[in-house]
Design a protein around this ligand. Sequence first.
Ligand code: ADP
Ligand code: MG
Length: 183
Amino acid sequence: MTSQDSLWSGQEALEYQPAPKRDGRLTLERLEKDLNPEQLAAVMHGEGPLLIVAGAGSGKTRVLTYRMARLISDGLSPSRILALTFTNKAAAEMRERTRAMAGYDGADAWISTFHSACLRILRRDAERLNYPKDFAVYDAQDQDRLIKLCMAELGIDDKLSPPRQMGAMISGFKSKLKGPNDA
Ligand SMILES: Nc1ncnc2c1ncn2[C@@H]1O[C@H](COP(=O)(O)OP(=O)(O)O)[C@@H](O)[C@H]1O
Ligand SMILES: [Mg+2]
């Protein structure tokens, strides 16, 4: 078992305490000084899911950044961390704060929005789905325009069936894994 595995498996993970670092960056003293008891418990949480419900400005992001820094400081590879947020602003803040805490360049950790993480996965593995890696992503406006063009080509009146409604139908078929032939 490697030291990385030990963070995630069995009793060892639950009893895990961060080793004092040579540069003193993330000692338990530092964590105890910077975090209140609830935050500390969350940062030290071992294996398994943990749900934190707390109000705005109460220190949730601090828990997440310290938790990532704590794991990295103990030797977990940053590439094994996935941190998802809703907005680019929150992702940038989290990336910056984790970088400042953990003292590493952050390039390997996945700290991003849902959208950019999913896009990164699709780009990486697009060829497995027989798509080129450099596929374009259409926003809602692009989609409307393309659907309008397709409808014109098929001679469908876009006054009777608005492109946006057509887009919603296509999305519905895709959610049911129905392709053009069985929709
Ligand atoms: N235990 C703490 N002691 C001192 N300052 C804290 C503590 N927890 C959070 N803060 C500070 O309070 C502010 C809000 O914390 P933040 O983690 O951004 O909250 P949230 O994500 O819940 O909105 C930040 O400036 C943060 O550094
Ligand atoms: Mg926050």
